[in-house]
Design a protein around this ligand. Structure first.
Ligand SMILES: Cc1ncc(COP(=O)(O)O)c(C=O)c1O
Length: 358
């Protein structure tokens, strides 16, 4: 079945007379001799979400408290000694791995994930290759086929953080990924109203280890969050269709604006980044001057958000004028009217410069 159909039809109770949606199961404890308990046995609410995202990604899913909890569980489950890690990727995962390095539990081989030759060089002797594609915040794209093939021939597992791609734009398991993770907080939830994480695998042993990781670490999702995330998944294909069309149009319009030096848009999904001439001052002015777009750090909601990323120590490597934008489902002309006015103001007030003059 098509993804748009799976998103709507999977993860539902099927018995005659049952409700169409799994309820929000607000229970930790369950009657009976089996010792059923939410953290150890899961709940119907989690299972509905897991069935749906599993169907979309082509594997078995485990839901976690957040995207970071899913990332931690993937590392816990695979327990790598040697990890290939993108140097330029989501700062939270890099901070987690830095802690593990400092504790002497892991060795890291840093790579530019868009540089396939460099990644392939690093694979031999590694236990796990961590891929994020497209990357946060610079939108680098990895060659999943080449990386997964190299990892398979050297016996390494591959984890793909597919948060920016969503299961609508990529299915990493089909390319050979061992585990796909998502911050479901973002596009899957889609409404900036929950935190949740997901890890999906087609390997039964790895699935058991992910379940065990959740059980022993206690990184369980909330009942309402799981319900809302599944509700979000139902409309993910539709939302992505609109958001992607908006992102494509905005990327094109941004390219022709005088203040814009560079646009990074991989050509799919709804995240993009652009660099304004005039550095941090110009980019801050743009983020301050928008009225409809929301200056905010998170992403993946129905509303368009934007943020200058170099202000974070973890993203100090990106150009000072780089603005990352999560494109929502508003009318593209309203988005462009607001964004172009903010860009014009930055230019007119002298905060920004003409890109050609830098
Ligand atoms: C690519 C990526 N992976 C993982 C995470 C972590 O997700 P969460 O905030 O749900 O823990 C984020 C959060 O921004 C992210 O952008």
């Amino acid at each position: 079945m098509h993804r748009s159909t799976l998103a709507v039809s999977s993860g539902r109770p099927t018995g005659v007379g049952s409700p169409l949606n799994h309820p929000v199961v607000l229970a930790s404890n369950f009657r009976g001799e089996e010792g059923a308990y939410a953290r150890t046995h899961g709940t119907a609410t989690w299972e509905g979400l897991e069935e749906c995202i599993g169907a979309l990604e082509g594997g078995q899913a485990t839901a976690f408290a957040s995207g970071m909890a899913a990332a931690s569980a993937a590392l816990f489950a695979l327990a790598p000694k040697v990890l290939v890690l993108p140097t330029y990727s989501y700062l939270g995962v890099r901070a987690l791995v830095t802690d593990l390095v400092e504790q002497g539990r892991i060795d890291v081989r840093p790579v530019d994930i868009g540089d396939t030759a460099a990644v392939l060089d690093a694979v031999d002797g590694a236990d796990v290759v961590w891929v994020e594609t497209p990357t946060n915040p610079t939108l680098d794209v990895a060659d999943l086929d080449a990386i997964c093939a190299a990892a398979a021939s050297s016996g390494a597992a591959v984890v793909v953080d597919s948060t920016f791609a969503t299961p609508i734009c990529a299915r990493p398991i089909e390319h050979g990924a061992t585990i796909v993770i998502h911050s479901g907080t973002k596009f899957i939830g889609g409404h900036s109203d929950l935190m949740i994480g997901l890890a999906i695998t087609a390997d039964a042993v790895v699935h058991d280890r992910l379940r065990h990781a959740r059980l022993v670490n206690g990184s369980v999702p909330g009942a309402l969050e799981a319900f809302l995330a599944l509700r979000g998944l139902r409309t993910l294909p539709l939302r992505m269709e609109r958001a992607e069309a908006n992102a494509t149009a905005l990327a094109e319009r941004l390219r022709s604006h005088a203040i814009v030096q560079e646009v990074r848009y991989p050509g799919f999904a709804a995240m993009l980044a652009f660099v304004v001439a005039g550095g941090a001052e110009a980019a801050d002015a743009v983020c301050r001057n928008v009225r409809l777009l929301v200056p905010a750090t998170s992403l993946g909601g129905v509303e368009t958000t934007l943020e200058r990323r170099q202000k974070y120590a973890g993203d100090a490597h990106v150009p000072p004028g780089l603005i990352r934008m999560s494109v929502g489902i508003e009318h593209v002309d309203d988005l462009w009217a607001d964004l172009s006015a903010a860009l014009d103001t930055a230019l007119d007030t002298g905060c920004g410069q003409r890109a050609s003059s830098t």
